[in-house]
Ligand binder design. Structure first.
Ligand code: GLY
Ligand code: MN
Ligand code: MN
Length: 418
């Protein structure tokens, strides 16, 4: 930190946690989500109007907002292992923070514009911010320990969701079972759970949860995480219900997913892994007689992107999609392979990074219709595709920690422990 502040010409770093936002023309607050750069310092996730002020060589100051609020539960007095590392000043009015922020010198102020205090408007210096984002990709032992806990918290939810699917519940019912098992409410999930029955699995980020159960439960795709001290997990599982063709597809995607997880090694360019994923999924399409074409040709003609239109994965940590997956330390774009606009990670893997590996094969009506109209469409067995389309699609997603040696699959380890 000291090196970066000096390099970018700053004497102080100020970080605002953020403010509660309200609905337009209303007094209803949206759920509070803190500045990730604030969470990088402290495990405080329900704490608007707090500020960290750091000057190299000095103990960081924390202006800790604890109002006398009888409408809501105010934050508890500061507690936890972190307390001894901060010079804590409790404030009861957001404006009081000013008294505890450094005057004089050049300050980098990180935060949203609406967090501004008089004289302390966030400037979010581009170069410094890019470097901080960049370095967040390398997790410390503390961060890895918390991320393992976030995995463990999600696993009972996934097991409960599977049971709820087998019991014939609706998407909303499956979601409720997930929440109960993880001890989360909707608001403290790291992202809105994606709970898809049948054809809904073809919508990559399906945002609804039907309260009525369908007449038949063919498939469940659930993409759901958990949060511990501001760190996210992001796990996807897909379950079938006895259909031989769909079960074979799920098993084949899972085999490739596991092979890709094993490839998370220092020195591997994630872009190459993404392209390797396309070839592997192309091989699945061919082996299951869905497409009669060489996988390399499928990749070249863009055919695999019809069935796998998103990226292999992304860095994860304080944000589900941790920023700086495709920028270098200076914030310069590390280009994506041509024709792969949604890839969120283009960096070379290094020890300490945690990335998701989330291949999928989907039957998305609009993309299939476009493929059908091309010459490549002739290579597709449309009867088989039509049958599988009633299941929506498959995605399998784990988090993998890149080490000096064997990769650590955080998600699989948590499932094995459960
Ligand atoms: N849950 C969103 C994603 O997997 O990236
Ligand atoms: Mn993901
Ligand atoms: Mn996910």
């Amino acid at each position: 930190m000291d090196r970066l502040l000096e390099k970018h010409g700053f004497d102080h770093l100020l970080v605002a946690s953020g403010v509660e936002k309200h609905e337009f023309l209303d007094d209803r607050p949206y759920p509070f989500k803190p500045n990730a750069q604030f969470k990088a310092w402290l495990p405080l996730t329900r704490h608007p109007h707090c500020w960290i002020a750091y000057t190299p060589g000095q103990r960081p100051v924390l202006a800790y907002y604890q109002p006398d609020d009888y409408w809501h539960v105010p934050p508890t007095p500061p507690q936890g292992a972190w307390v001894e590392h901060f010079d804590i000043r409790v404030i009861t009015d957001p404006a009081e923070a000013v008294k505890h922020l450094p005057t004089g010198g050049r300050a980098a102020i990180l935060g949203e514009a609406d967090a501004a205090l008089p004289g302390f408007t966030p400037n979010n210096p581009e170069g410094l911010l890019a470097a901080l984002h960049y370095h967040r990709a390398y997790k410390t032992p503390y961060e890895l320990a918390v991320m393992r806990l976030a995995q463990r918290r999600a696993v009972p939810g996934h097991l409960a969701a599977r049971e709820a699917f087998k019991a014939g519940l609706s998407e909303a019912g499956i979601h409720a079972a997930y929440l109960a098992a993880t001890g989360h409410t909707d608001l403290d999930l790291p992202y809105s759970n994606i709970v898809c029955l049948n054809e809904h699995s073809a919508v990559l980020h399906y945002q609804y949860k039907d309260t009525h159960a369908p007449s038949r439960h063919r498939s469940l795709l659930i993409d759901a995480g958990a949060e511990v001290d501001g760190y996210a997990s992001d796990i996807t599982r897909t379950w079938g219900n006895g259909d031989v063709d769909f079960e074979a597809l799920v098993a084949a995607v899972e085999d490739e997913q596991q092979a890709l997880c094993a490839r998370v090694k220092a020195g591997v360019d994630y872009r190459d892994l993404h392209l390797e994923c396309h070839l592997r999924l192309g091989n699945v399409l061919r082996t299951l007689d869905l497409v009669d074409m060489d996988p390399a040709q499928m990749l070249e003609t863009g055919l695999t992107s019809t069935f796998f239109p998103h990226g292999l994965g992304h860095p994860i940590g304080l944000q589900v999609h941790d920023v700086a997956g495709f920028t270098d330390e200076a914030g310069q774009l590390i280009p994506r392979p041509a024709g792969h606009p949604y890839l969120r990670m283009t960096r070379t893997l290094e020890p300490g990074m945690v990335v998701t590996i989330e291949p999928g094969i989907y039957f998305i009506p609009t993309l299939l219709a476009k493929l059908k109209a091309t010459p490549q469409g002739k290579a597709v067995d449309w009867r088989k595709v039509e049958h599988l389309a009633s299941f929506g699609g498959v995605r399998i997603e784990d988090e993998v920690h890149c080490t000096d040696g064997k990769p650590e699959n955080l998600s699989r380890d948590a499932f094995a422990e459960a």
